[in-house]
Ligand binder design. Structure first.
Ligand code: ZN
Length: 138
């Protein structure tokens, strides 16, 4: 990823030798149009390089977002035990705090929190309850 950032920097640095003009000025827009408009490059190679730089930057942003999403997904896949609160008979998800979706009405345990998708570590929960010598709520 750093290579692409470096490439974009080099392209931008190279582009700094080209001057930008107002679009209206470049096309020589006649009356009633003025010579305003966004700043654009006149030389085809500068236009192409600017386009490449913009495209690479957009791709980089997408790659960063995709990697972040993957990391988030991974973090949800690392099992976390639920926790008890003062509310008797209710277990809560460590990730989102929901006490609604860890177990079904029939008492079956869900592998994942129905609210946020966090994988639930029931074995760790059961082991903790057993170590405390008590019966869990689950
Ligand atoms: Zn959750």
């Amino acid at each position: 990823m750093e290579n692409y950032k470096e490439l974009v920097e080099q392209i931008k640095s190279f582009l700094s030798q080209y001057e930008k003009v107002r679009y209206g000025e470049m096309v020589g827009a006649p009356w009633p149009y003025d010579h305003a408009g966004p700043l654009v490059y006149e030389e085809p190679e500068a236009v192409l390089l600017d386009y490449a730089s913009t495209s690479i930057t957009e791709l980089l942003a997408r790659a960063v977002a995709a990697e972040a999403a993957l990391e988030r997904e991974k973090s949800y896949d690392t099992p976390l035990p639920p926790f008890d609160d003062d509310d008797p008979g209710v277990l809560y998800c460590q990730k989102c705090g929901s006490g609604e979706y860890l177990e079904n009405d029939d008492g079956n345990r869900n592998e994942y929190c129905g609210q946020c998708g966090q994988r639930i570590d029931w074995a760790a929960y059961d082991a903790a309850i057993e170590a405390l010598g008590g019966a869990g709520v689950g």
